[in-house]
Design a protein around this ligand. Structure first.
Ligand SMILES: Nc1ncnc2c1ncn2[C@@H]1O[C@H](COP(=O)(O)OP(=O)(O)OP(=O)(O)O)[C@@H](O)[C@H]1O
Length: 247
């Protein structure tokens, strides 16, 4: 797990981070933690605790009001605006509200990160087709997002977030709209990515899904503060009988 406080070699480091929206009160305060490369963190806490706000700091949609956020070793407050897109390309995000592009097909939504990274069409078809098969949407490649159910849109959003094998994957309630079987499958996908080296931060209320993951660590937010100031609590290791066959 990350070495809270030291942050050396971390993918993400928060130092005494505080966040306010406008003239409102503290949404986050005194948040400090460091995530080691290749770790798998769950972010839990009651509604309104600040989980989405913390994730927004991670994917550079917000900057902290106080304190320091470092991503890939860089203080985000000092990253020139022109370099932000390059930094963002290293991060995959599954948004709570999916944010699929309505004028693009399912295929083109999922292909987008590869196209932005400069991949040729010949390099795109195979991986996108495989990814759509994996999330059970191989036969919906040509569909527009608006014709899909909420759960199907969520799976497209996950496919788009992971297709480029990001160094850091951030997901906000990524299984909120899918059934238990698909949720377990998606978590095995996350676990597989994690084994390949991707660092994950997943906000979820679905605590029992943590057992689909080899080495989960838990951060709990309560009213804008990390409940465990040392950064993480270790979850009991999964038992084979509880997880079923591997993906
Ligand atoms: N854009 C905003 N402007 C003002 N206040 C906001 C904004 N976004 C969030 N908040 C406030 O910040 C607090 C934390 O919200 P946040 O969405 O981060 O919580 P959360 O833990 O993700 O909740 P949930 O589990 O319900 O999604 C809430 O009190 C919310 O009202």
């Amino acid at each position: 797990m990350g070495e809270p406080g030291s942050g050396l070699g971390s993918i993400v480091q928060f130092e005494d981070v505080g966040l306010r929206y406008g003239a409102g009160g503290d949404v986050l305060s005194g948040v400090s933690f460091a995530l080691a490369p290749g770790s798998f963190y769950f972010l839990t806490g009651p509604s309104g605790a600040g989980k989405t706000s913390l994730l927004k700091l991670l994917y550079l949609a917000l900057r902290p009001t106080t304190g320091t956020v470092r991503l890939f070793g860089e203080d985000v407050a000092h990253v020139p605006r022109a370099r932000l897109p390059a930094l963002r390309r290293r991060i995959g995000v599954v948004f709570q509200d999916f944010r699929l592009l309505p004028h693009l097909s399912v295929f083109d939504n999922v292909a987008l990160p590869l196209r932005v990274a400069g991949a040729a069409d010949s390099e795109i078809a195979g991986p996108v087709g495989e990814m759509l098969d994996w999330v059970g949407l191989g036969d919906r490649a040509g569909a527009r997002p608006e014709t899909l159910s909420g759960g199907e849109q969520q799976r497209v959003a996950i496919a788009r977030a992971v297709i480029g094998r990001p160094e850091l994957l951030i997901a906000d309630e990524p299984t909120g709209n899918v059934d238990a079987e698909m949720a377990a499958r998606l978590f095995r996908l996350f676990d597989g990515l994690n084994r390949l080296g991707t660092t994950l931060v997943v906000a979820t209320h679905d605590i029992h899904l943590l057992q689909a993951v080899a080495d989960p660590q838990i951060m709990r937010l309560d009213r804008g503060r990390l409940a465990d100031p040392t950064g993480a609590l270790r979850f009991p290791p999964r038992r084979q009988s509880e997880t079923g066959a591997a993906a």
